[in-house]
Design a protein around this ligand. Structure first.
Ligand code: ZN
Length: 71
């Protein structure tokens, strides 16, 4: 089963602009990560729950596709 939540996305640290890689799951869960560049905490915010919605929609599409290919 493919899970889109494991996909990594790059976000810019608001402090040092370094790109930090986070999984979509971390964005959906709005975790706090530590920047590798400046050691500051970055709070991930799922604005308007768009990441949550995207993950749900894409996972649904994938599971529908897998059903379609079943013998
Ligand atoms: Zn930083």
């Amino acid at each position: 089963m493919i899970d889109i939540r494991k996909r990594e996305v790059g976000i810019h640290c608001p402090n040092c602009k370094r790109i930090a890689r986070v999984s979509l799951k971390q964005v959906v869960d709005e975790e706090t990560i530590k920047c590798m560049g400046c050691s500051k905490n970055i709070k991930l915010v799922d604005k308007n729950k768009s990441a949550h919605k995207a993950v749900r929609d894409i996972n649904k599409s994938i599971s529908d596709l897998q059903k379609a290919f079943k013998p």
